[in-house]
Design a protein around this ligand. Structure first.
Ligand SMILES: Nc1ncnc2c1ncn2[C@@H]1O[C@H](COP(=O)(O)OP(=O)(O)OP(=O)(O)O)[C@@H](O)[C@H]1O
Length: 200
């Protein structure tokens, strides 16, 4: 199983709760704004501690009875909702920041279509380019799995298509487990091997 997640967390007035099991491929977390999708990604990444539950990714227990694997040992590749590139570093430096030895930069930049952007500055990138660089940076850290928080939001159709193809390549060719948040049904349908709907 790629993801086995049972979590509960009180956040202010909101109870975030999820119970899901998903196999290989991309699992899409779908649901209305404020239901707790980003909070679930944060719990899987180790940024937010569940009040109770169990998180197993690729057979490895990250959180559960007596277990709370520290964030740096979870090996999550996290692409935040805003790309969060380092503004004072060019694309190449952003990509190689935290890059693991043995991961081939040109393979990653090739399929993401960002080879020509390496000497550019983040402020000069389009939204879609910045997202693809952020995905590339996450991949180059040699993650065990990817967390994608609305990687296609506020992009026009052409840019969304470019990013979507990159995600499909990661799903189908690199076969890295993906947990992705969206509230767009069309995106969920196309990317999701499995769609998990969160409701209040
Ligand atoms: N630290 C916190 N303290 C109190 N409430 C919080 C905290 N963090 C998040 N929340 C609330 O918890 C709820 C879930 O937030 P979260 O960002 O996980 O939802 P989401 O489903 O990802 O929403 P969106 O689709 O709008 O990004 C929201 O109502 C949010 O305001």
């Amino acid at each position: 199983m790629s993801f086995e997640i049972t979590v509960a967390k009180r956040l202010g007035e909101i109870d975030v709760a999820l119970e899901m099991v998903a196999g290989d491929g991309a699992t899409v977390l779908f649901g209305p704004s404020g239901v707790g999708k980003t909070s679930v990604l944060n719990m899987v990444a180790g940024l937010l501690r569940p009040d109770r539950g169990r998180i197993v990714v690729g057979g490895e227990m990250l959180f559960g009875t007596g277990v709370d694997v520290p964030i740096e040992r979870r090996r999550a590749g996290y692409v935040f909702q805003e790309a969060r590139l380092f503004p004072h570093q060019c694309v190449r430096a952003n990509l190689t920041y935290g890059a693991a030895a043995g991961v081939d930069v040109t393979t990653v930049t090739g399929f993401l279509g960002i080879d020509d952007l390496l000497d550019r500055w983040p402020r000069s990138l389009s939204g879609g380019e910045a997202r693809r660089v952020a995905i590339g940076r996450a991949l180059l850290s040699d993650p065990a799995f990817l967390l994608l928080d609305e990687p296609l939001s506020s992009l026009d159709r052409a840019r969304r298509e470019e990013v979507m193809r990159g995600i499909e390549h990661i799903r189908d060719v690199l076969t890295l487990p993906i947990l992705m948040v969206t509230h767009d049904p069309e995106e969920a349908e196309r990317i999701g091997t499995r769609i998990v709907t969160m409701a209040r």
